[in-house]
Design a protein around this ligand. Structure first.
Ligand code: FES
Length: 447
């Protein structure tokens, strides 16, 4: 038996919350975290670990997915794997938290090169660094310029769990990192299925996949992340998919069917030949599908008739090209923003990230190294960090993919991204350094 006196672990630091490890065994890991008033843990998630938080002392607020909750001594919160969460101590109260995560791996990101992630009973998935090493087990044409790619662990090990709306990042052999949504049933633990459209105007990711990806290729793949989670409290769902935006929505429709939730889909494509997964959609059932092919209807999809009402309890999920997203946002301006959910796969040409005006210079300080740099008006924060040899992983470089998300220690952020929720932007715990800037004169990053 091991026994611990938890009060002996309590310690505060006015600069940053204090984390004290208590126990780490293969089945679970436990720590105490102590917060001075106002200190916080940035929004994050654990891809494969469930977590329990128990408040030992003090008061604060937590957020799990879109829910927020005041916490007090003896509060206990369960956070399932894959759900984004964070917390902050009240401005006038210290807070002491005991957390227990299971299984006891710390993070996939901390797995040593060449080792493996425990993903299921007795099975392991090979990893390199933070990436799973997965094999391309199937490549099929789905529609014109759209292929379906299936990934599995060599040896058939169980993969880290995912939720509808989740995506993975793939390191392509040509040096690009690209993000693709998972389309299959979230209960399948032996494979990830992606839909990938060929884009001749992109930077070469999809072209490479369409031209060079073959069965048997092994690819470094991130554990699934979810920036487009389905709110299970909705009473009905309206899905608006444009082109390859159908991919995360297909996974959501599978969830609706499995949970008996009513759903409607409007699927907008340039031509019917480009409509992927139509046969699959038709076999799922439990909802209605309206296909809008521009070439058959003499024009682009008009979302106004679909959004003019405001049915009680309906949530809308929209994923498609930027003009469609803008039209949907305009048509739904009368609806509660908390019921509208968007996932961008490219940044709008007239969105906040594209606006050169009001870009002011500012100072950035890196808390851990103490280095500081000035960021001129015509350069992004990411460019300045890269120029000074600070490693920040990036992919889209336009604020849509969340790869460059960086924790903010101090300062006011001017968010210009398309991936944080309004609540996350308001909290200001993290920022996308590829597009977002400072509202204050100085930002201190937690790197
Ligand atoms: S690199 Fe994609 S959000 Fe910054």
């Amino acid at each position: 038996m091991l026994s611990f006196v938890l009060k002996d672990f309590i310690e505060y630091d006015p600069k940053l919350r204090v984390r004290k490890p208590i126990l780490k065994v293969p089945s679970l890991v436990s720590e105490i975290v102590c917060y001075e008033p106002g200190q916080a843990t940035a929004t994050h998630h654990h891809p494969v670990q469930d977590e329990i938080w128990v408040v030992l002392e003090g008061y604060g607020e937590i957020w799990v997915g879109e829910e927020r909750l005041a916490i007090e001594p003896t509060s206990m919160i369960f956070i399932p794997a894959g759900i984004r969460h964070g917390l902050a101590a009240s401005p006038d109260s210290r807070l002491v938290l005991l957390f227990i995560k299971s299984p006891g791996i710390t993070e996939a990101a901390s797995v040593a090169p060449g080792s493996s992630v425990a993903a299921g009973a007795g099975a392991t998935v090979p990893t390199t660094g933070s990436k799973l090493q997965l094999e391309v087990t199937d490549v099929q044409a789905e529609a014109r310029d759209v292929i379906q790619v299936e990934l599995r662990a060599p040896g058939g090990a169980e993969l880290p769990a995912f939720e509808p709306g989740a995506h993975v990042a793939i390191d392509l052999p040509n040096g690009l990192i690209r993000h693709y949504s998972l389309s299959n049933d979230w209960r399948e633990r032996d494979r990830y299925v992606l839909g990938i459209a060929r884009s001749s105007q992109g930077r070469g990711g999809s072209l490479f996949i369409h031209q060079a990806l073959r069965r048997g290729t092994t690819l470094p793949v991130s554990v699934p992340r979810n920036g487009f989670p389905l709110d299970p409290s909705a009473t009905q769902y309206l899905f608006l998919a444009g082109g390859i935006g159908i991919t995360p929505i297909l996974a959501m429709i599978r969830w609706c069917r499995a949970n008996g939730r009513p759903w409607r889909l409007v699927y907008a494509v340039r031509s019917a030949q480009r409509a992927a997964f139509l046969e699959t959609l038709a076999t799922i059932g439990g909802g209605s599908i309206h296909l809008h092919a521009d070439d058959q209807r003499s024009g682009v999809f008009d979302p106004v008739p679909w959004l003019s009402g405001d049915p009680q309890g309906e949530h809308v999920y929209c994923c498609g090209p930027a003009p469609m997203m803008a039209a949907v946002k305009a048509a739904a301006s009368h609806r509660d923003a908390r019921t509208m959910h968007f996932e961008y796969f490219s940044a709008p040409s007239d969105g906040p990230a594209a606006l050169p005006e009001n870009r002011k210079p500012f100072m950035v300080e890196l808390r851990r190294s103490g280095r500081s740099f000035s960021v001129p008006a015509d350069k992004s924060l990411l460019e300045i960090l890269e120029k000074n040899g600070i490693p920040v992983v990036s992919s889209c470089r336009e604020g849509t993919c969340r790869t460059c998300e960086t924790a903010v220690y101090e300062g006011a952020v001017e968010h210009r991204d398309y991936c944080l929720t309004p609540q996350e932007q308001e909290t200001g715990n993290t920022m996308m350094v590829c597009v977002s800037r400072a509202r204050s004169e100085r930002l201190i990053l937690d790197i």
